[in-house]
Design a protein around this ligand. Structure first.
Ligand code: ARG
Length: 457
């Protein structure tokens, strides 16, 4: 049965009913729908719009439906048009005509906007602790590897020496910003559309402040048209989720590189790796690859939402029913990715000797060699050129800056002395990088502690 009987002379075509219906994906909002209805019903009672007797019956009825859904005693009817229809009809079946008074002064348009907000608010709240957990794992690994020298890269070419902990903490920064974005999106989400009605509010003497407060909102929205038309909060949430996926995906890509034989900087735990059906030697980083791959669907969800909304006239249009699958999929995907990713990072084995070996090749101390000459009075641009010549010489001779004899250095520039070898030692290159945000081990230890404290309960 539809809520919209009266004007119609026939039932909706069954296949079209399936097309039109949202119950398959909005039933996950049953709790939020019932909670919202309870706040609405209590307000109607308090304002004398519904009698106390009817209000009590409605509230008890809704509570019973909630409990029965949770216990499994009541199943959601897959043929209902949507969760709002299902709850209201079940209520009326159970308590009789009082149930028909629940929807007074309300529309499904403000109801669904409310349910969306309540649901996404909970989802924001569910993701933040997961991101904190990931950051805590990164902080722990970073502290454990605050002295393990590795090459950093630009253009995937070895660049300058850093420590592994510093690299991990770069991701911690990204995920901290992600938390900030979720908190920020949650703030704008936390406004109640209830009482916007179909689009023009209502003539009943409702108390929007009361329902907003009861449902934990910062207040009611100020414009009834906007209240039912706005899905910015879905888009903002999906955008925040997309950026989380960008970060996870970049990290996943590095994990894949790092556990290749070409790098072998880390080894993933067997519990977070997979094998090949034919090649017995294989240990594949499928989890990282899947996380990288799943970023695509979250970006797709965001793009879908933007496209659904961009041409809609005010106020509600059925197109907006499409908000839910997209935003729920984005949330579910991020949650799943984090659930697999966090223990994968937590249990990975770091192989510092291999990092150190990679750091020893590729002339990543060339900048420090130039800086040594600057320290002896040469302008940086000249020092840069001398060092470039030395690197070319090393390549020609098949050696490194560490092993190049001092005479060769001095042929390029007579400012070189024995001290150059100390200046270009990787340990020194790293330990001297003590300015704010730089990778000296003492900095990394401090930053790891700061980040850990930020996410500690
Ligand atoms: N299932 C609908 C949705 O998700 C509920 C709102 C229906 N409102 C309407 N005017 N048809 O958007």
């Amino acid at each position: 049965m539809k809520l919209w009987t009266g004007r119609f002379s026939k039932e909706i075509d069954p296949k079209t009913n399936d097309f039109n219906s949202s119950i398959q994906f909005d039933s996950r909002m049953y709790k939020e729908d019932i909670t919202g209805s309870m706040a609405h019903a209590a307000m109607l009672g308090a304002q004398g719009i519904n009698s106390k007797e009817d209000t009590d019956a409605i509230l008890a009825g809704l509570q019973g439906i909630l409990e029965d859904l949770e216990s499994g005693a009541l199943a959601i009817d897959p043929n209902a048009e949507d969760i709002h229809t299902f709850v209201e009809q079940t209520l009326t079946e159970r308590i009789g005509s009082a149930g028909k008074r629940l929807h007074t002064s309300r529309s499904r348009n403000d109801q669904v906007a409310l349910d969306d907000r309540l649901t996404l608010r909970n989802e924001c709240d569910a993701l933040i602790p997961q991101l904190k957990e990931l950051i805590a794992v990164l902080a722990k690994q970073a502290a454990d590897h605050a002295e393990d020298i590795m090459p950093s890269y630009t253009h995937l070419q070895r660049a300058q020496p850093i420590v592994f902990g510093h690299h991990l903490l770069a991701y911690a920064e990204m995920f901290l910003r992600d938390i900030g974005r979720l908190e920020d999106a949650r703030k704008r989400m936390n406004v109640s559309p209830l009482g916007s009605g179909a689009l023009a509010g209502t003539t009943y003497d409702i108390d929007r402040e009361m329902t907003a407060k009861e449902l934990g909102f910062d207040g009611p929205c100020h414009n009834s048209l906007d209240g039912v038309s706005d899905r910015d909060f879905c888009i903002e949430f999906a955008a925040a989720l997309s950026l989380i996926m960008v970060h996870l995906s970049r990290f996943a890509e590095e994990v894949c590189l790092w556990c290749s034989w070409e790098f072998k900087f880390i080894e993933l735990d067997d519990a977070f790796s997979t094998g090949s059906s034919i090649m017995p030697q294989k240990k594949n980083p499928d989890i990282a690859e899947l996380v990288r791959g799943k970023s695509g669907r979250v970006f797709g969800d965001l793009m879908g939402l933007l496209t659904v909304m961009k041409g809609l006239p005010l106020a509600y249009n059925k197109d907006m029913q499409e908000d839910k699958e997209a935003v729920f999929d984005a949330f579910d995907t991020v949650k799943m990715c984090l659930t697999a990713f966090i223990p994968m990072i937590d249990t990975m084995t770091v192989l510092p000797e291999n990092m150190r070996k990679a750091a020893a090749g590729g002339f990543i101390n060339a900048t420090d060699c130039a800086d040594y000459l600057v320290g002896r009075g040469l302008p940086f641009r000249d020092a840069y050129k001398c060092t470039g010549e030395l690197v070319a010489l090393c390549i020609e001779k098949g050696t490194t800056l560490e092993d190049l004899p001092l005479e060769e250095y001095r042929q390029v520039c007579d400012l070189f002395e024995e001290g150059v070898y100390d200046a270009i030692s990787l340990e020194r290159c790293v330990s001297q990088r003590t300015c704010i945000g730089a990778p000296a081990p003492e900095n990394v230890r401090k930053e790891a502690a700061r980040v850990a404290a930020l996410v500690a309960e």
